[in-house]
Design a protein around this ligand. Structure first.
Ligand code: ADP
Length: 266
């Protein structure tokens, strides 16, 4: 099994190198040198999971794990979770690079708002209040990307809530179409930074913001995916009170009643 761990590490290392190179070449074509702070974030974000994977692989390969096979499960779980985290980051970077070059392709399919929000809410069940609209609207969207978008917003809502998170995921039909909103009661975003939070690598450096791990790419991914669908996203925030991110899906994107029969997972 040492060989299979080595293989896991090799695969991950090559993915990282690939992601980094693509990011470097495609997304930053105009800058000669990556900003030191950006490079620092990248290195940090990749180093932490790599260190965890290496440590877990070392333990699995040592007498500790050989003599106590029941402890192996824990280290296998670490390898799996951390490599998933790395993969997620590489995918985010690739998606952003593709969006930057206008080569991002959406796999649109009919999506039911009930089904989408309920499945996303499952992972956040402990602290999430879910508010569904009276009727189950359907619309065309890239289900996978949209699911990632909502997880990103919900993960942020948790990360930037210093105490017990109180979060609402809400969908509502309005005159203009459908809105999906994520509201938290966390630290809020200082007004002067609101205009910048969707930029790649932007992070608020403010003493009121808790020092949480981050990459500064989550919201730019969210923004890119929303724009690629021709929807909009805006944010309302009050310092110390919380933030609300609202995605607006226009009426024209909603599927008429007759098409709903084609929705398989409603
Ligand atoms: P990351 O969370 O990895 O730093 P993001 O792109 O997701 O990157 O967010 C960019 C910045 O916007 C964060 O560093 C944080 O300062 C701010 N931010 C995002 N979501 C929230 C939120 N729900 N509450 C307060 N600040 C937020």
């Amino acid at each position: 099994t040492t060989r299979s761990w080595a293989l896991v590490l090799l695969t991950i290392a090559s993915q990282i190198t690939l992601g980094f190179l693509i990011w470097r070449i495609l997304l930053q074509p105009r800058s000669a040198v990556i900003h030191t702070e950006v490079l620092h974030s990248l290195v940090h974000e990749f180093q932490t999971p790599i260190a965890a994977i290496r440590m877990a692989a070392d333990i699995l390969d040592s007498p500790i794990a050989r003599n106590q096979p029941e402890r192996s499960d824990k280290y296998i779980r670490i390898i799996r979770e951390e490599s998933e985290r790395l993969q997620h980051q590489v995918e985010t970077m690739l998606t952003l690079a593709r969006a930057e070059r206008n080569t991002l392709i959406l796999n649109n399919e009919p999506v039911s708002v009930y089904q989408l929000l309920s499945s996303v809410a499952e992972r956040h069940a402990d602290y999430l209040q879910l508010c569904l609209p009276a009727t189950n609207a359907h619309f065309l969207a890239d289900r996978l990307h949209l699911t990632n978008v909502l997880h990103n917003l919900l993960d942020n809502a948790v990360k930037y809530s210093p105490t017990e998170p109180i979060i609402t995921l809400r969908a509502e039909e309005t005159a203009g179409g459908l809105l999906i909103a994520v509201r938290d009661q966390g630290v809020g975003i200082p007004a002067q930074f609101i205009g910048q939070i969707f930029q790649p690598f932007f992070r608020v450096h403010d003493r009121n913001q808790p020092s949480v791990k981050g990459f500064g790419l989550g919201l730019s991914y969210v923004h890119r995916i929303v724009l690629a669908h021709n929807w909009t996203i805006d944010v309302q925030s009050e310092l110390g009170k919380g933030s609300e991110f609202t995605i607006r899906i226009p009426q024209t994107a909603l599927l008429p009643e007759v098409d709903k029969s084609s929705v398989s997972r409603s």
